[in-house]
Design a protein around this ligand. Sequence first.
Ligand code: GLY
Length: 309
Amino acid sequence: MKYGIIIHGGAWDIPDELVDNHLNGINNALELGYSLLEDNSNAIDIAEKVIVLLENDPTFDAGKGSFLNALGNVEMDAIIATDNYKIGSVAALNNYPNPIKIARAIYDFDGPVLLVGEGAKIFAEQFGFQQCKIEDLLVGRELKRYLKLKNDNSFVPKDAFKQKTRGTVGTVVLDKRGRIAVAVSTGGTPKKPPGRVGDTPLFGAGAYVEKNKLGVAATGYGEDLIKVLISRRVLDFYDRGYNPLESTEQAISFLSKSVKGLGGVITLGKEGLGLAFNTPRMVFGVQTDEIKSFIGINQKDREKLLKQL
Ligand code: GLY
């Protein structure tokens, strides 16, 4: 493969009535990303723009449409990184429309790798980002979910990944000059405790990338993805001689066996692509110089895509 892009929109039991919205959202992001790729844009600029589009789409649990935490606030995590070990990430960030843009500013600043909460806000203000109102991020559906879960002491966040809901967004881009970038953004899990940070902003967990090898973006129940460093684990399998597809399958199999984790990963590099998930659904899109635009949401779609590899 000379260049390409792969995108995910979360691994959950995406309900039938939301399937079209998910497929459309990923399709829009893929069209944008691939047209930028053909125009010779940088991998990192493409990754950022694709994630901004998905953060602005309330279908997904990122930016607008994020889940509310246990106090009824929005706290978001995001990461952007390239294959030269340059990283920018934010965690527990309140009320900004596009956390990925703040992660990108941290990336460009090239000092701290990860800023959280109040510190991330101070940085964002210094760099001219405007905070929005929670109402700008809140969609009625999430307010309803919050009010329903607020006093439900039996709710287990991990079970949400088996339930009918929505997810994190992520992408891996290989540009025409062979550079790889990864970007992921999330509102986290429903009713998470304030200050809870998931896998997304942690390099090696929510995303990982190495030069001339692979970029990886993850989605799923963050606590388990952190425990097994899921994105870095894909590279571990790759380094042991598995191809990109097998590396994703091995990593998800390890997630299932070791911690009974729930989630999915996507990967892309010159040697090919891979994707695997153990949740009922994961919405994804792929386009490369060798593979025409392909959007899918379940294991059957994944099998169809794999026949083209
Ligand atoms: N994978 C997103 C999260 O658990 O926060």
